[in-house]
Design a protein around this ligand. Structure first.
Ligand code: PMV
Length: 364
């Protein structure tokens, strides 16, 4: 059992006369889970381990200007796509206030945050994963710049992942590139419920540069948030078995990723997607996030795979959009199928040609 790292650090305060001003910016990607996290314990502790591919193009870019707070507490203005966004402002300010024990210097600063996403938010592309991980990178970078701590890259990433998790569970995984596990599993030493752990060594080359074409079936706001969905697992009658299954699926999937066993990869990935939505349908109150076109696309994927033998499979997030996963080597065959046969089922936003990426980057 990995114990929780102690990040409470009362020394991380600026001298009263030397509270700095400056600007810092990071970009951080979303990720797509293969084995899903659905159900949690306080505080943001997952009920089961999960594993995801970090994406490349679907990301948040966030610039944070900071200056001395005049109110003696954290102050904030939050602009999303250039416009002041009161909802994100309240959410982010609340998040920062929960971090005052970890980063006491937050209380000395006013933050002017300008953020944008390269994809529609709340549409089942984990915008909270990119949005929260980017803030975690910024805060850890501020600590590193001004207090001389976190100089070691592993320490820096681990703390960023821990902090990102407190904002949104799945964000813990976006702090690293490639394949990332969050949640303790016997299958991999070093994994933890408190932060993500990259597992890119020994992965079969077919799973490197993996493609994720994200089909935007319905880019509107979700009716049920992930927060509510997680909490409904507390009373879901299938929850205990689901959590056990996730442990097994993660161990088996990892084996498949290491041996290049495409059949097992497809079977577990698709089953995880349908199980996630089965949990939604069996919660009380029950709810559906799939749309008719989500099912149409899934049927088409089954038929295409049967006909061509190509290794195309799907997964779903907590929303109606479909993520199509396939090796880069099959792209020339699969993209025309998407363009010709699936675009009729999509919203005007169409699809995003994403792929596995390397994780967050500092841009300023
Ligand atoms: O990080 P949250 O609380 O938004 O939960 C995300 C849950 C899923 O995206 C459905 C699954 C996952 O593991 O990312």
């Amino acid at each position: 059992m990995h114990s929780e790292p102690d990040y409470h650090h009362s020394d991380l305060r600026f001298p009263e006369a030397a509270v700095p001003s400056g600007k810092i910016a990071w970009r951080s990607p979303s990720n797509i889970a293969l084995v899903k996290y659905w159900g949690k314990k306080p505080v943001q502790i997952p009920q089961n381990p999960s594993i995801s591919f970090t994406l490349s193009k679907s990301r948040s870019e966030t610039e944070v200007a900071y200056s001395p707070s005049v109110a003696g507490k954290p102050e904030m203005e939050f602009y999303f796509d250039g416009n002041r966004h009161p909802v994100f402002e309240q959410k982010t300010l609340k998040f920062f206030e929960t971090l005052l024990d970890i980063f006491p210097f937050i209380g000395q600063l006013k933050f002017v945050i300008r953020s944008k996403n390269t994809f529609p938010h709340s549409a089942g592309i984990a915008s909270s994963a990119s949005g929260m991980s980017v803030l975690a990178m910024v805060l850890c970078d501020l600590e590193r710049q001004y207090f001389g701590t976190l100089q070691n890259e592993d320490d820096f990433r681990r703390k960023a992942s821990y902090v990102a998790r407190l904002g949104s569970g799945s964000a813990a995984r976006s702090v690293y590139g490639g394949l990332v596990i969050w949640g303790e599993t016997e299958a991999v030493a070093g994994t933890s419920d408190f932060y993500g752990f990259p597992v890119n060594e020994g992965i079969d080359p077919v799973f490197q540069n993996y493609q994720d074409t994200i089909l935007l079936v319905d880019a509107g706001q979700k009716k049920v948030s992930s927060r509510v969905g997680h909490s409904l697992m507390k009373t879901n009658p299938f929850a205990a078995e689901r959590f056990r299954q996730a442990h097994r699926n993660l161990a088996d999937l990892l084996k498949a990723l290491r041996t290049g066993d495409m059949e097992t990869f497809i079977r577990i990935t698709e089953s995880e997607a349908l199980t996630l939505h089965a949990m939604m349908m069996t919660s009380q109150p029950y709810f559906l996030l799939m749309k008719p076109n989500t099912l149409q696309i899934i049927e088409k994927v089954f038929a295409f795979r049967e006909e061509t033998g190509l290794p195309l499979c799907f997964t779903l997030d907590a929303g109606p959009n479909v993520h199509l996963l396939y090796p880069a080597s099959a792209k020339a065959d699969i993209l025309p199928f998407i363009q010709n046969e699936l675009t009729a089922f999509l919203s005007p936003l169409g699809f995003i040609e994403d792929e596995v990426g390397n994780g967050p980057e500092k841009i300023l």
